[in-house]
Design a protein around this ligand. Sequence first.
Ligand code: TXA
Ligand code: MG
Length: 314
Amino acid sequence: MTQSTERLSTGQDGLERAAALLRQGALVAFPTETVYGLGADATNARAVARIFAVKGRPEFNPLIVHLGALSQVQALVHWNDRAEALAEAFWPGPLTMVLPLREHAPVSKLVSAGLNTLAVRLPAAEVAHDLLTRFGGPVAAPSANRSGQVSPTRAEHVTASLGDQIEAVVDGGRCAVGLESTIVGLAGAPTLMRPGGVTTEALQAVLGRPLAKRRDSEAISAPGQLRSHYAPRARVRLNAADWEEGEARLGLGDVDCDLNLSASGDLTEAAANLFEHLIALDQSGADVIAVSPVPHAGLGVAINDRLSRAAAER
Ligand code: TXA
Ligand code: MG
């Protein structure tokens, strides 16, 4: 999709261009106070799928959604008193809150990796805030580096890591915090999911209670392993070369089926459809969801990772 990465300024022209590119479904890296994020329109499943392709992520980790205003956050998640207290104390800033996702929130299921929670953050950096306000909607953004590399704190780090795979990078110089945001789970008992820019002590002082720590067995690096991770009610049969009576049929490529991940076999399109289609077929009430073979290359690795979890014995 991209020839060479546009380097945009933090002036009005640069940020207007960045917002326009996001609207077109392009990937735009931008500075926050923590690290550079690799941004995509969170309502555009295909743009979100490209984030995973470009990062070379072998699994679909859920992504943080960045917004410019509190009212926009509250339209996506179920807000509560603890979130309100933390927002008053630390937003905008390097704090991410994980809250219950509203049922019809206009965010691609790939953003939350099918979970019923959503990670949300209001960044403090002026450039990020300005871009998000111009764009006017939710922006999904992991750190703007290839999977397994350190998070970028300068525009040069982004281009060194991602090369010309992304449409643009907004060059805002060095990130002030240089460390990712603190992630707090607020869907149940307040839980520290990742230490970061806001200290545990500061959080506990506001909450008036100790934060639970996420157990090692639930490592944040692999939330796809969590039991709470979306798993269909139906049994999942993989590598289906043909269909059996009564199965819900999830196809890939030129096959007759109920829903097709991508009729042309495009793996970015398949990733964009994966969670939405699994959920839709599960809701159709079939006992078994049969899935066409998915090539084990590129985004196919992450798709197969997710499918094999969905198919695992429970
Ligand atoms: O400072 C930051 O947070 C940066 C900037 C760009 O905002 N972003 C960042 O994103 O560090 P990323 O994708 O590298 O890390 C996000 C973490 C992942 O470990 C992911 O598993 C976790 O957030 N996460 C996202 N949504 C979640 C959810 N619903 N439940 C649990 N964990 C979640
Ligand atoms: Mg990261």
